[in-house]
Each structure stands twice: as C-alpha cells, then as structure tokens.
Design a protein around this ligand. Structure first.
Ligand code: DP6
Length: 360
C-alpha cells in the first residue's frame, strides 16, 4: 500500500488556551527480521517484523503551555534531573515533527522521561523514548481535534515515532508488529507500522531474557550502520532476503512453527552482524562473550530439546527467546551456566507485551 504523507498533516484550529500535561509509557521492541539501511526521510530499505516487549519501557510526561517567547522553549529532564544532552535529540525530533503537528510552534514544553532499564545497559532507548514522546504529542493533537479515530491516533503516533527513530514506529503497537512495504500484506507501508493479529498463542507469551554482555556505549551507532548500507556490496541481495524472511516469519508466527522460528530468527541476527562486518568501513559489535553465549545456547538446545534461540540488535547483548512454558528450564540454565558471561552478571527478564499505555 502507498500510504499518503498528507493524511498526517494537521488541519485543525489550535485552541488559544492549550495547556496541561500528558503521560505515556511505551515499550522497547526486538526485531525478528531486522531493519538495516534506510532512504531519506526515514524510509526503510526493507520490511521488518518485531516483538513488542513488556518490561523495558520509557515513561514520558509532556507538560505544555502557550508560548511565552518567540524562540523554542523546552526543558528536558531525564530521571528527575535536567539533561540538555538528551534533550538535543528531542528538540531535533520536535522540529522534524512540526510540519505534521502545527501546535508545536505555539507551545512551550517540559519533557520528563525515565526508563525502567538502566540507561547504560546497551538497550536501545530510542524506540521506547521516541514512541512515548510521539504518543504524548498525539494526545495533545487529540485535544485540538477530538474527532480523530483510535486507528488514526495510533497510525499517526507510529508515523511520528518513525521520524524520531525508525524502529520506534513498531513500539506503538503490541505483540507482533510489521513495518515497511511487504508483498502480499495489503496494509503494509513504509510510513507507519502495522500490528499483526493472526499470531499463534505460543508467541503471545514468548520470553526474551536479555543478557547484558556489554553495558558500554556502542562503538558504531545504528545511524552510521544504516548509512553504510547505501553502498554495501550485498545491499540488493539483502533487500530480497529481508522481504522473503519477513513473509516467512509472518507465516511461522501464524502457524506456531517453533523450529522454523529458531532458524529464521538466528539467520536474521547473524546476517545483521555479517552485513556490519562487510561494510566499508567494516566493524564488529559482538564481543567474545557474545559468541561464547551463542555456542553454549546451541549446545544446550541440542542436549535439552528446548526450542530456544537468540537474536542480537546492533550491539553485543544477546536476546534469548523461548516459549513461556520453558521459562523455568531456561532460567535455571542461564543462572547456572550463562550469567558469568554477562557484565556484572546483569540480565533483564522480558516477554512479549501488549504495547503502550496512557497513564494520565
Ligand atoms: C539493528 O531504529 O535505532 O535494531 O532509524 O537511525 O534511529 P534509526 O535506527 P534504529 O535502528 C534499529 C536497527 C536494529 C534493527 C531493528 O530494530 O529492526
């Protein structure tokens, strides 16, 4: 489907006394089929599919009042303290969102944000952070235009989140989410994500234990990584592969086919890192302990018969994924054999979640 950008331009009267505060809590997500590479305007090079997480969340309160001075006035607080360094990202996002949310230029803002996961954990906060902020902005739009439908509310929230960070557009919906034009999926488009309804019950309660191998900041940012796909020798092959994998994973998720799930998810994770290693300049984000965990996981899967698998995002941490029924077995293996490979023995227990929540 070709979604039209013009449907998201706000044409409504802005009330003169627009003032108040809204709070949203929005989760992170983990891609099963990876978004890697983009065109101008945050258009993905290929379709992606993710699980929305449940425990790794950002809570954002947006306070707003009529503009006092001509220049942009906003204050950004991270975990209760003024944090202008993080605020820069929010400011540049607000600027990019203004053509679609005309009230931004009429208001002063105070943004208060906090994460349920440690900032230094290496868990990308851009997906949860940008989606939480976008949902808050849409709650303001709703005050200006109370007639907008729930579908439009979430589609535009996803559209705005994408402008802030591509993967953030998938965090606006729960459970399984697709983003990017995908052959055979009629509503799919590049501008906002799509919740996938036809999912086997085993995947509604899938577990994701995030092993924190390296809590430092990444040597190469996702933004740089994406840009290296522009002239990547495997670019065209990757586009075809991702399209095929996205189609296959949706079928696997529908059928509850755990064996194919394991194969596809691990192939995607290793492809992402292989693409990084084949970039110009090349780089490696895995650490020795990332590989040790992968090898232990393969041995444990072989010996136990538990259909667990791993995925990686753009970093060294390992996401161990498995059905809810196997939680006890997998957690006791992690505690006895795996925590030694995690930095400060840190890990986060997460699972597939229902999506964002409005708090006030
Ligand atoms: C490897 O969404 O962080 O996690 O659009 O530049 O903000 P920007 O990139 P970002 O990239 C995520 C890349 C990934 C794969 C994925 O989540 O699909």
């Amino acid at each position: 489907m070709k979604a039209d950008i013009d449907m998201f331009r706000g044409a409504y009267k802005i009330p003169s006394e627009l003032q108040g505060e809204v709070t949203w809590q929005s989760p992170s997500n983990i891609a099963l089929v990876k978004y890697w590479g983009k065109y101008n305007g945050q258009i993905p090079m290929n379709p992606s599919v993710s699980f929305t997480l449940s425990e790794s969340k950002t809570k954002t309160t947006l306070k707003f009042r009529p503009k006092q001075k001509k220049s942009v006035q906003y204050d950004f607080f991270f975990e209760g303290k003024k944090a202008p360094e993080f605020g820069q990202k929010a400011l540049s996002f607000l600027e990019k969102a203004t053509p679609f949310l005309p009230f931004i230029s009429e208001l002063d803002f105070e943004i208060h944000t906090s994460n349920t996961f440690p900032h230094s954990s290496g868990i990308a906060s851009s997906a949860s952070g940008m989606s939480a902020l976008s949902l808050c902005l849409m709650s303001i739009e709703q005050k200006c235009n109370p007639t907008i439908s729930p579908d439009f509310f979430y589609q535009k929230s996803s559209f705005l989140s994408r402008i802030g960070s591509g993967s953030a557009c998938r965090s606006v919906f729960g459970s399984v989410v697709e983003w990017g034009v995908l052959d055979g999926l009629s509503e799919s488009n590049d501008l906002y994500a799509l919740p996938i309804q036809d999912v086997h019950p085993v995947f509604r309660d899938y577990q994701d234990t995030i092993l924190l191998v390296d809590e430092g900041s990444k040597a190469v940012s996702s933004t740089v990584g994406h840009s290296l796909m522009n002239r990547h020798p495997y670019r065209e092959t990757r586009k075809i592969q991702a399209g095929k994998n996205a189609k296959s994973i949706l079928e696997v998720l529908r059928q509850g086919d755990l064996e194919s799930f394991v194969q596809l998810v691990e192939q995607e994770a290793l492809t992402l890192h292989a693409l990084m290693m084949m970039s110009h300049p090349y780089f490696i984000l895995m650490k020795p302990n990332t590989l040790k965990i992968i090898q232990q996981l393969w041995a444990f899967r072989e010996q136990s018969g538990v259909p667990l698998c791993f995925t990686l995002d753009a970093g060294a941490n390992v996401h161990v994924m498995y059905p809810g029924n196997d939680k006890e077995t997998v957690m006791s293996w992690i505690k006895s054999d795996i925590v030694e490979y995690c930095q400060n023995e840190n890990y986060i227990c997460d699972h597939v979640g229902k999506g964002p929540k409005k708090l006030t």
